[in-house]
Design a protein around this ligand. Sequence first.
Ligand code: FMN
Length: 313
Amino acid sequence: MKILGLSCGTKNGNNDTMCRVALEAAKEMGAEIEFIHVFDWDIKYCSGCVACSRALVMGKGMVCSQKDDYAALFDKMAEADGVLIVDPIYESGGSGLFHVLCDRMGPGHDMGMLMMADGMLKEQGKGGLDPKYLKKKAISFVGIGGSDWAVRVETDHAMLAMSPAWTVIDNEFFSWCKDVIMQDDKIERMRQIGKNLVEAAKDIENAKWLGKPGSCPHCQGNNFYIYPGTTKCVCELCGLEGTLEVVDGAFKFKFDPADEPKAHDTLSGKKMHGEDIFENEGRLMNLFKDPEFKKRKEHYTAVCEATPSPSKG
Ligand SMILES: Cc1cc2nc3c(=O)[nH]c(=O)nc-3n(C[C@H](O)[C@H](O)[C@H](O)COP(=O)(O)O)c2cc1C
């Protein structure tokens, strides 16, 4: 039983410390623990080259054009039974570093795509992907803020679990927390989050959400895009469409249960999304040979040159 804690905060700052608080509680329960201060690792931006999704779709396995520590970091996550990510709240959401982790997790680690690639590799007699990449996993998130601007952070954080389809156990955020290690209720909550993760990882088949019920009954999300002038909305996390209606004095998110298989965190939803992407990528490939497409591309490219970076040259 191994619990891996990642912190995206400053070195030995609040996020590192609170991550260690949860890890200490996990260790007391008998778990092996490991801590990574993510800024210590060389993690580059996603360049947007889509080599990862192309390689998976073509049955070539897991590929990334960025040469850095991300593959090793993902291996650490894949090998752990439970992952905890503690992240400073920036601009009411996840930090820039966290968003980089999210992008790098992106399509190249999507469980639907991994399962498809695994099947193709086996068909080619190549033995499939390492089973650790297909393992179910428990993950929890904690956002720590210096003020009370925080309402986007839960959705940002849970988004990281969406791609690999890992089960979110707790998704917490703490406000007004510059002095968090002196706030005993937060320390206690952090310890509980560590313990919950160990229990969930021990029985991963039955692991489930242990936080407060969210406004979206499907994914526990609390953020919605509301189409202006309507009651129609979309859950920003799982993508289910429905309406927000007041029932017994509270907003209730109602959706057609027949739409649930389309949710982004279900394998059926991932399959539908994958097929749509495949179709769109195919159309783009054909357009590269289209004279009108080439003409437009040349025209707009000639409008202006990009200014070079002053430091990169
Ligand atoms: C760029 C930046 C943006 C921030 N935005 C927010 C914010 O929107 N809400 C908030 O509560 N705290 C915000 N903070 C405060 C950080 O959350 C706080 O400094 C951090 O949790 C400290 O963690 P550390 O000690 O681990 O580095 C911001 C800090 C920085 C540097």
